[in-house]
Design a protein around this ligand. Sequence first.
Ligand code: 5RP
Length: 222
Amino acid sequence: MNQDELKQAVAREAIRHVVEDDWIGVGSGSTANFFIDELAKIKGRIRGAVASSVATAERLKSHGIPVEELNNTGELPVYVDGADEVTEHGAMIKGGGGALTREKIVGGASRKFVCIVDASKVVPVLGKFPLPVEVIPMARSFVARELARLGGQPEWRMGFTTDNGNLVLDVHGLAIVDPVGLETTINQIPGVVTVGLFARRGADAILVGTPQGVKSIAARKP
Ligand code: 5RP
């Protein structure tokens, strides 16, 4: 099975977590896109979806799935999204596609976070994948210096603007042994909008696509 087939398999499995006649929060990226394609097959059985990016909203609409604003739905029962890295505790690095802020908002507004990944994304320690940090444009250099003081090597994602009109710094060289602590520390730097560490509110369930089938891991909270 190639990586896309593994992503497709977890996307199919994630449909079991969708609550009928209710809202579903939908993430961004290629794995989330496969999930949207699966969701389209049961669109008559859900109330509608809340999107974590403009691209996701467009894909949902192209399938005829109603898209609603989070402000109008209240708490969501379930949020389904991919990740760039995830530990068995459910801590994640997200934001490879730059949608981290809205992903964190919609995930935070959901009772259950279902993370869907292929096996290459499951790691013992986060940080090999550069950690995305969304920043207010005028704070870019200042935040980069602060991130360097924390031991990382921030790199400006040139030519990229988030759905919120901000910039992204990708931080290389971090071995993230305390994801909750680092998330809190980076959140406190003035000018940071969102850090792509999802640890204080991590995944509750992780579906992992392997050549032997989809493995379901209930996140073991540290
Ligand atoms: C986008 C994300 C994605 O979930 C993450 O980048 C994984 O993407 P993919 O499913 O394409 O590997 O956080 O901001």
